[in-house]
Design a protein around this ligand. Structure first.
Ligand code: 1GP
Length: 248
């Protein structure tokens, strides 16, 4: 089964799907693998792997270990073209449609297209929409793009509709890793109302209650990253799974 199909099945089985982002820099190799095992056992639907800025040279080694340790799909979430890698089940093939940086819209895709085609890895075309969240995030800085204003849901809707009309298969509404404020509920709701493709929501979600709010607003998938990087918060993992999956 394709990873996209697996995600769509999770989406129809539960209230929303739950994805955990592993930051390749956050832990040493053996702990990264153990973290992946825990995420997989807890019932998350997939692991995202990648980041806006990578400083550790064990990127691929850790990726292989993550894949080996987990029973769920591992999806590359590339912060840059240098992270494109064949040791994954799929690539979140993101185009930063909230921005006007040609490299992040199409340029890097061209650079890596032949390599990806040769590897045979599944691509999931995803419109990535950065939303202003209180402070400059790494994603904003590295992408060199202006995020969408948080108080302009209709502007976000226009971008989401354009992404859907272009044939993208998913949208990722992103406040940015470690965001002070997650994506506002009214923005999620208006997009959900008019756009049919699934909506991933992430950035700054630090507790199951906030995740629940985003699901109620219309998120099809919730992503958490930072909150579980702190070992003391690992207890929250099962709560996140239960809350996001909910009762259908
Ligand atoms: C970042 O949306 C993800 O791309 C996760 O964000 O680390 O803030 O949970 P956090």
């Amino acid at each position: 089964m394709s990873v996209y199909k697996h995600l769509m099945e999770s989406r129809s089985r539960y209230k929303a799907g739950y994805l955990v982002l592993i930051d390749p820099d956050a832990r040493p190799l053996n702990e990264t693998a153990e973290f992946a095992r825990i995420i997989s056992k807890a019932g998350a639907d997939a692991i995202l792997y990648g980041g806006s800025l990578i400083t550790d040279d064990g990127f691929t080694e850790k990726l292989k270990a993550v894949r080996e340790a987990s029973d769920i799909p591992v999806i590359l979430f590339p912060g840059s073209v240098g992270q494109v890698n064949s040791h994954v089940d799929a690539i979140l093939y993101i185009s930063v449609i909230s921005g006007r940086n040609a490299n992040f819209l199409i340029g890097d895709h061209v650079t890596s297209a032949i390599q990806i085609k040769r590897s045979g890895v599944e691509t999931i075309p995803t419109g990535y929409m950065l939303v202003e969240s209180g402070k400059v995030t790494t994603a904003e800085f590295i992408s060199g793009t202006r995020p969408l204003p948080a108080h302009k849901p209709e502007l976000a809707l226009a971008h989401a509709l354009a992404g859907e009309m272009l044939g993208l298969k998913m949208l990722y509404l992103e406040a940015g890793s470690g965001a002070e404020r997650p994506v506002p509920n009214d923005m999620i709701s208006i997009i959900k109302k008019y756009v049919q493709i699934p909506l991933i929501v992430g950035g700054g979600i630090r507790n199951p209650e906030t995740a629940r709010e985003k699901v109620l607003a219309g998120a099809d998938f919730i992503v958490t990253g930072n909150v579980l990087e702190d070992g003391e918060n690992l207890d929250l993992l099962e709560d996140f799974v239960k809350t996001v999956h909910g009762e259908k």
